[in-house]
Design a binder for this molecule. Structure first.
Ligand code: FPP
Length: 235
């Protein structure tokens, strides 16, 4: 058991990329779907650990607007796992202080997945809940494009558009920007994740594959965050 950290050293919002599920399975001679099953089970472990640390927002990149390029069998299996997890595990998390939000384009996600998302996201967050945002069919560029279109249609004239109006039109409207962005799995890139919101996020790249990313690796990433000096362009 890793001791939760003192509240003042804790990031309010931590974003993760779910990366390494397929390699986790391949290394064990298992089908990639087994890795996705392990990977989605790990979301609960990390969300509960983060809530115990005092973090208020967790966001996880689960399927990008580019992941449709993967084989159809794998995409279908991912959506089936998501529907199962949203229907069985997410309600258990909901009763333990974790609220849900979907970030991403709805079309062309399957109706069964949209219904499962709507069911769990429709239950409003309470004051002490950790808000777990699921980035599914999410792309940073798609989000900014959607936000610009929305901001233009809401603005009296183009010159009325500013950073605040775009911020309010993003899928993440009303949420604080991520303080810490964690990418397990060994790749050192953002892959179109939270491009606007991560402008001043601290980045933490871990070689650990997502299904193995446990409470101890989480504590290491939080320790690294604590040691950073954030300047936001100042001194
Ligand atoms: C970003 O890198 C990683 C993601 C968008 C997460 C992808 C994860 C899955 C598709 C598995 C999800 C499984 C379940 C059960 C929800 P990338 O791999 O899309 O991009 P890259 O090629 O730049 O690394």
């Amino acid at each position: 058991m890793v001791e939760p950290k003192a509240k003042e050293r804790i990031p309010a919002h931590v974003a993760f990329v779910m990366d390494g599920n397929g390699r986790w399975a391949t290394e064990r001679g298992l089908p990639r779907t087994s890795g996705h099953r392990e990977g989605i089970a790990n979301v609960s472990r990390i969300a509960e650990a983060l809530r115990a640390h005092g973090t208020r927002y967790m966001t996880i990149f689960m399927f990008s607007t580019e992941n449709w390029k993967r084989p159809k069998d794998e995409v279908d299996a991912i959506f089936d796992l998501l529907v199962e997890w949203l229907s069985v595990t997410a309600p258990q998390l909901r009763s333990r202080g974790i609220a849900f939000r979907h970030l991403g384009r709805r079309a062309p996600l399957p109706t069964s997945l949209l219904k499962a998302l709507d069911d769990i996201c429709g239950q409003p967050a309470r004051e002490d809940d950790l808000v777990l945002s699921l980035a599914i069919n999410y792309g940073g560029r798609a989000e900014i494009t959607d936000a610009v279109i929305k901001a233009i249609s809401a603005a009296s004239e183009p010159s009325a558009i500013d950073e605040d109006s775009i911020d309010l039109a993003l899928y993440t409207a009303g949420m604080p920007d991520p303080d810490l962005l964690v990418r397990p799995g060994g790749e050192i890139r953002l892959s179109n994740y939270l491009l606007w919101q991560a402008a001043y996020a601290e980045l933490y790249f871990s070689p650990v594959l997502w299904p193995d990313f446990d409470e101890e690796e989480l504590a290491r990433s939080l320790d690294a965050y604590t040691d950073r000096h954030r300047r936001f362009g100042g001194l």
